[in-house]
Design a protein around this ligand. Structure first.
Ligand SMILES: [Zn+2]
Length: 256
């Protein structure tokens, strides 16, 4: 997306600096500095899904006509990296509270846990693809191999539930040109987030809860992980406190 414009800008800038070194007496190290700065921006573009650098992701809950009419303030709870035995505890909490959520599942975690996926579907939640392998090596592959990996996960979700997911969350929120190509071929919508809880490294449930509550805004998509014990333990309180803030619960994408 923005990457094309960036490439043009980067090449023009580099040409300008090289011309400056050759003809205007600039010091040669300006070329090195320019290349390093351009590379640093590129790395940040890969790391920050919110930049929409290589592809457009839905990072916040889209404003709907319904929301404008009723004045509701939705947030989307999204859980990555399942299915996991903790997913069942999360589902119990969501059921008791009567709220929907979205689960981005990893293909290789599905074997033996198909019934968890079925329950996610039966209880009205949304299922998304989070790759089959979920590793850093995923990003060093060609678009063709990425398509194979993502399709493998979608087939497993379909075999377990009959659902064909049309949403995808990039592992670690990383994007690159090959992923843009792969998602384009598969017709999958990338879903990012606006609030990263960092629950995978959090130690204190109270601190985690307060951090989310301090930063949350209407239409935020909140990134959580169902495999984390700390997330299970603070979820009921999080839901109560989000409700106290006047927030309601929905999906991170517009449902057809
Ligand atoms: Zn993940």
């Amino acid at each position: 997306m923005k990457f094309k414009y960036y490439l043009v800008f980067a090449l023009l800038l580099l040409a300008h600096v090289i011309a400056g070194v050759l003809y205007s007496g600039y010091a040669w190290w300006w070329i090195l500095v320019t290349i390093l700065v351009l590379l640093a921006v590129l790395v940040q573009g890969c790391r920050n899904i919110q930049w929409n650098f290589f592809l457009r992701s839905t990072n916040r809950v889209p404003l709907s006509l319904q929301q404008l009419k009723t004045g509701t303030k939705p947030v989307a709870l999204t859980f990555d990296d399942g299915p996991h035995e903790n997913t069942l505890k999360i589902l119990d909490i969501l059921k008791a509270e009567g709220i929907p959520a979205t689960f981005f599942v990893i293909g290789k975690e599905i074997a033996g846990k198909e019934s968890i996926l079925q329950r996610i579907k039966d209880e009205g939640h949304l299922l998304g693809n989070h790759t089959y392998a979920h590793n850093a090596a995923f990003y060093w592959q060609s678009a063709r191999l990425m398509v194979e990996d993502i399709e493998k996960c979608n087939k497993l979700i379909h075999a377990a539930t009959g659902v064909n997911p049309n949403i995808f969350r990039p592992p670690f929120g990383v994007t690159n040109p090959n992923l843009a190509k792969a998602l384009g071929q598969l017709g999958l919508q990338s879903v990012g987030w606006t609030l990263r809880s960092m629950d995978t490294i959090a130690k204190d449930p109270e601190a985690l809860l307060n951090k989310i509550l301090k930063n949350v805004r209407s239409n935020n998509t909140i990134l959580l992980h169902d495999r984390c014990d700390i997330t299970v333990s603070m979820l009921p309180e999080l839901i109560t406190r989000l409700r106290e803030k006047g927030l309601s619960f929905g999906f991170p994408v517009v449902m057809e």
